[in-house]
Design a protein around this ligand. Structure first.
Ligand SMILES: C[S@@+](CC[C@H](N)C(=O)[O-])C[C@H]1O[C@@H](n2cnc3c(N)ncnc32)[C@H](O)[C@@H]1O
Length: 277
């Protein structure tokens, strides 16, 4: 029996197949009203593969084990929106309170460890690196680990190269001049900032205990894509990677559901930060 077809042309059984595929592979929940998103994101893959439609792509994925195509489909469905110094109140808190406290606590070994847990193209990691350089920590032993599900975005993060439109978003002109140089039409971040960073493909739903211990973890604008159970598991895992009293920073739109079990909520200026119990 022919299944119903949505306005975007995806048969309803194929829509359910895609929802389930993305969920099992990444934990991302895509609701019933995301036809336009599948259409926008998957049409380029359909074209590259010389297929006629998203329904053909589903048939291909269902018929044979297509690891590479399967991964491309899931990566295409991730939302990678990010920009420099996103949520400036977090960086104000880092500059004014968190780094001075860490500087005091770590003054003997001069070592600090950070994690950007959904790093996307790296703006979060490099914003932190610039904050550290501006704070006078250039000669400290600093590591900022940036991880993401999508290897495509991490390739860009590793390159440290940004388009004009990206450096126009959130990055103060003074920091652009100080920490970037022209690379053709793009901008290359300085070696001093790059040296502090490292990028790795990691699915947040996997065990992450071996990554830490960290002084501070960013987990921003990614929990919104997960269901409650996945969010709680991730919170518990992140807690396990932090030093006691270490900080977690969440995205502005993220309800910290169940987070109080492992973290104590604190306000610093207009920022909310969570300290590991
Ligand atoms: C909207 S970006 C957030 C970037 C940055 N943290 C910020 O706030 O600007 C969300 C990122 O989460 C990643 N992501 C989605 N599911 C993931 C998973 N299961 N494990 C790791 N990263 C995931 C996506 O690939 C995407 O790059």
């Amino acid at each position: 029996m022919q299944s119903q077809t949505s306005s975007a042309g995806i048969h309803s059984d194929n829509y359910r197949f895609l929802q389930k595929h993305v969920y099992t592979q990444s934990g991302i929940v895509l609701e019933e009203d995301k036809h336009y998103l599948f259409e926008n994101r998957l049409t380029p893959i359909v074209r590259q593969l010389g297929l006629g439609s998203i329904n053909d792509l589903c048939a291909l994925l269902q018929a044979t084990r297509q690891e590479e195509i399967s991964r491309r489909v899931v990566e295409a469905m991730t939302t990678n929106e990010t920009y420099f110094f996103r949520d400036p109140s977090h960086y104000d808190a880092i500059r004014s309170v968190l780094l001075p406290r860490l500087a005091q606590e770590r003054r003997d070994n001069k070592r600090m460890r950070f994690w950007s847990a959904a790093a996307s193209t790296g703006q979060e990691s490099y914003s932190l690196a610039m904050s550290l350089l501006e704070g006078g920590f250039g000669d400290w032993d600093i590591q900022i680990l940036g991880t993401d599900f999508s290897s495509q975005v991490l390739e860009r993060a590793k390159s440290g190269k940004f388009h004009q439109i990206e450096v126009n978003r959130g990055l103060p002109a003074a920091l652009l001049v100080k920490y970037f140089r022209r690379a053709g039409v793009d901008w290359q971040v300085s070696e001093a900032a790059r040296r502090m960073t490292r990028f790795e493909t990691i699915d947040l739903r996997k065990s992450m205990r071996s990554l830490g211990p960290f002084d501070l973890v960013f987990c921003r604008n990614v929990l919104i894509y997960f269901d409650t159970e996945t969010k709680q598991k991730i919170m518990e895992e992140i807690h396990g990677t932090l030093f006691r009293g270490g900080w977690l920073l969440l995205g502005g739109a993220e309800t910290a559901f169940g987070v109080e079990k492992w973290f104590e909520r604190q306000n610093i200026g207009s920022a909310t930060v969570y300290a590991a119990r």
